[in-house]
Ligand binder design. Structure first.
Ligand SMILES: [Zn+2]
Ligand SMILES: [Zn+2]
Ligand SMILES: [Zn+2]
Length: 793
């Protein structure tokens, strides 16, 4: 055969890194290359996707640029490494080649909401997947929660047991099809099926599971629904008795419940939407977005988020969720109804008995939800990995990240479904480290290369089930990332389960274990997220974590420099009467403040309705069982207790949330004069920010909202002066704000605004939660910095 050498022909090998497997990237490359008339091939390799492409130079250049610009919705390209290679003039076509081997370095994609192309089929009565609850394609559907190990292919997922029918297999094999290599591809003939059960697993008598579920919801019953990463409990949000019953059975008297609504048009009358929040609600990740309630919300849907001015809303993300709204709308054909307001509003809350991890398996659901759910809507596709709904908020004053809706920055309160296990990019590479988190809202973090992988939310480690879930997640993270840690990191508290699990893992692997002080880790998490190195100031505004002196800390001003920190200052300590109980009972903190200010009799009078008030005042008088803590979180509790906003909490953070809501309701307030003083004890010792003068001024406040507003304004003022003094003394101009109190918008917005006005650069946690849900990232970052400096034990 005569080969004519074309001198204008060039060839490139492109290595593409990022989330490029299991997201329809190879068929996209195939179609795109063919549309430009280019020759070559594409294949998966251990590091991502490898492409060889050849043709005229302008077209090859256009192709390379277009890879990023035209990539499918779920792909995330971190890097393209191009290499010039000699053209092969025999090649005129473009092909998809079988996968090459190699070490697994590529990231598995997260679970994402059903796409519009699949929705169009779902509601098309002529389509073979009409009303099929497990419809998906390469642009949507489950990934992480069905995957046992990598590389991501069907045999390693919980779809392994469902053999593709001929029609599905043809789609799966055809490069031009939207379902080419869609691993969970399925249809009514070959895929998973729905079933409806009474409690304890008795099959429900129903011709149509969806229709029957909706009927039961309308009767006011509580339905357990098997979703992507676990079960939800759902009920009619407009039925106050059903909501009250759900709260009683879940032992969740006040904690806000999330709502699922059909679309933006249904959400708009209930919550204030703007461009960024609407785009985030509709994003494929489908998080719960915290939004300001519209006036009249509580009259329409009482009991959903009592006492708060925000409500968590999400849109449907599985075909199953959509089918419930479709049924409620009368099973319309087509998708026009998706743009119209739908009256059905569902409470959707994760199905876990009080404080335990998400229910995952069918048998487990029958057993653990028997007393909670009236009926269970389930299916036979296993959930391999638990993953709760993500929760986030948008703040106009926060920086906007790459690929996010302009106008407001994001801040996560819980990072899970839709985002787990997407990597956070790190500034530099280092040894692999597995960090175990703290005790509350636990997540794990594996730092590998230049990436950090946060696990799904595991929750509070108070129950054996939660501890088992932590162990399971630690194993799973190592499996799917195929990496063994060179060190583990944990909180400095010796009694946390996470610490014990980390030490056990370290012993088993024969690697060092690095204890990281709680607030150092909080600040370090923000350093990791924003690629900050070198010395900077960090404010840890937190609940309680163990300090290096063995005392409970939580209002700390630290100078952080990589793996090391110095305590520049702390809050004046407040005694915690009864230790941990004080963290749940703000009235005890109010007693502590009143006692310290010399008003023990006033405390006895105000809290006479508390059976143990005399005992608490006695402990305070004698100083027994009253560990002094420098926690800012407890200051919020004390203020809420003093203002009569919350005596006893039924969920973590309740007092601070009620205080914040009261302050926001009041509006702008000026700091009270003389509300704080800063004590510089010695040039080298820590400075002390004393808030007792502020508490003293709250004692006689008769309007709780005004008191709450003054408390916030004065607290911000005190913290700003304290930080500014430290900036002056150290010459450091960067300030990290971290810790659970940063969930409070009045505090966070106020601090950012005023510190920025003083010319300081302010950084907050955004893509990991500022509280303990993000602490593992900071632990990993600190341990790594210490290992690389050779200072780890
Ligand atoms: Zn789809
Ligand atoms: Zn099929
Ligand atoms: Zn903390």
């Amino acid at each position: 055969m005569l080969i004519v050498v074309d001198p204008t022909r060039v060839a490139r090998r492109l290595r593409v890194r990022g989330v490029v497997q299991g997201v329809g990237f190879r068929p996209f490359v195939y179609r795109y290359a063919r549309s430009l008339g280019l020759a070559g091939w594409v294949r998966n390799d251990g590091g991502g996707v490898e492409i060889e492409v050849q043709g005229s130079e302008p077209l090859v250049e256009a192709f390379t640029r277009g890879l990023v610009a035209e990539a499918p919705p779920l792909a995330r390209i971190d890097l393209i490494e191009p290499e010039v290679i000699p053209p092969d003039d025999g090649r005129r076509d473009f092909a998809i080649l079988p996968s090459a081997g190699g070490t697994v370095a590529t990231a598995i994609g997260p679970d994402v909401g059903v796409c519009s192309a699949c929705l169009a089929e779902l509601f098309d009565p002529a389509d073979r997947r009409w009303r099929y609850p497990f419809i998906n394609c390469t642009h949507c559907g489950p990934r992480y929660t069905i995957t046992r190990s990598l590389p991501y292919d069907r045999a390693r997922t919980s779809m392994a047991g469902f053999e593709l029918c001929l029609a599905c297999a043809a789609e799966y094999a055809h490069p031009g099809d939207r379902r080419f290599h869609a691993e969970p591809n399925a249809c009514p003939a070959c895929g998973p099926r729905l079933s409806l059960h009474e409690p304890h697993g008795v099959p429900a008598l129903a011709r149509d599971a969806i229709a029957e579920t909706l009927r039961r919801i309308r009767l006011g019953e509580i339905v357990a629904i098997k979703s992507l990463g676990g079960f939800h409990l759902a009920c009619d949000a407009a039925n106050p008795e059903a909501v009250a019953r759900l709260r009683a059975r879940k032992q969740r008297p006040h904690r806000p419940l999330a709502l699922m609504l059909a679309n933006l048009a249904s959400a708009a009358p209930l919550a204030r939407l703007d461009g960024p929040s609407a785009a985030t609600l509709e994003s494929p990740e489908r998080p719960i977005v915290l939004l300001d309630k519209q006036a009249g919300f509580d009259a329409r849907l009482p009991g959903i988020a009592p006492g708060l001015d925000e409500v968590g809303i999400m849109l449907p993300y599985t075909p199953l969720h959509y089918l419930l709204f479709h049924e409620a709308a009368g099973r319309p054909a087509g998708t026009a109804w998706l743009d119209e307001a739908q009256p059905l509003a569902l409470v959707m809350t994760s199905a876990n008995p009080h404080g335990e991890p998400l229910v995952q398996g069918n048998d487990e659901a029958f057993e653990r939800l028997a007393e909670i759910a009236d009926v269970l809507l389930m299916h036979d596709r296993d959930i391999v990995v638990r993953c709760d709904d993500s929760v986030l908020r948008l703040r106009a004053d926060l920086p906007v990240g790459r690929g996010e809706a302009a106008g407001a920055g994001v801040q996560f309160l819980r990072r899970a479904r839709g985002f787990t296990p997407l990597a956070m990019p790190l500034r530099e590479a280092g040894p692999p480290v597995l960090a175990f988190g703290a005790h509350l809202k636990t997540t794990l973090c594996m730092a590998r290369g230049r990436e950090a992988f946060l696990s799904q939310h595991i929750g509070n480690l108070n129950s054996p089930a939660a501890c088992a879930a932590l162990d399971e997640a630690a194993e799973h993270l190592q499996t799917i990332l195929s990496v063994r840690p060179a060190a583990v990191a944990h909180d400095a508290h010796p009694d946390y389960y996470s610490t014990r699990a980390a030490l056990e893992m370290a012993a088993r692997l024969g690697v060092p274990a690095v204890a990281v002080q709680h607030h150092h880790a909080h600040i370090a998490a923000v350093c990791a997220e924003h690629s900050l190195d070198g010395p900077l100031l960090g404010l840890a505004a937190d609940g309680v974590g163990l300090g290096t002196d063995g005392m409970p800390w939580g209002g700390e001003l630290l100078q952080v420099d990589g793996g090391e920190f110095r305590r520049l200052g702390h809050l004046a300590p407040l005694p915690l009467p009864g230790g941990d109980r004080a963290a749940r009972e703000p009235w005890r903190m109010a007693c502590a403040v009143l006692h310290a200010l010399g008003h023990a009799d006033e405390a006895a009078r105000r809290f006479a309705h508390q059976p143990s008030v005399a005992q608490v005042l006695d402990m305070l008088a004698r100083g027994t069982r009253c560990p002094p803590a420098t926690s800012l979180g407890r200051c919020f509790d004390a203020a809420a207790g003093l203002l009569g906003l919350c005596d006893t909490m039924t969920f973590e953070g309740q007092a601070a949330m009620l205080l914040e809501t009261a302050a926001r309701g009041y509006g702008e307030a000026l700091p009270l004069p003389g509300a704080h003083h800063i004590d510089h004890r010695s040039p080298d010792g820590p400075s002390v920010l004393n808030l007792y003068p502020l508490f003293k001024q709250l004692l006689d406040e008769t309007t709780p909202a005004r008191g709450a507003a003054h408390f916030h304004a004065s607290l911000v003022d005190g913290l700003v002066h304290w930080i500014a003094d430290a900036a002056e003394a150290t010459g450091l101009r960067r300030v990290v704000l971290a810790g659970g109190c940063l969930h409070n918008r009045v505090l966070a917005v106020g601090l950012r605004h005023r510190l920025t006005a003083r010319g300081l650069a302010v950084f907050e946690a955004q893509h990991v939660p500022p509280g303990d849900g993000g602490i593992a990232l900071g632990q990993a970052w600190v341990a790594r910095a210490q290992l690389m400096k050779g200072s780890a034990s």
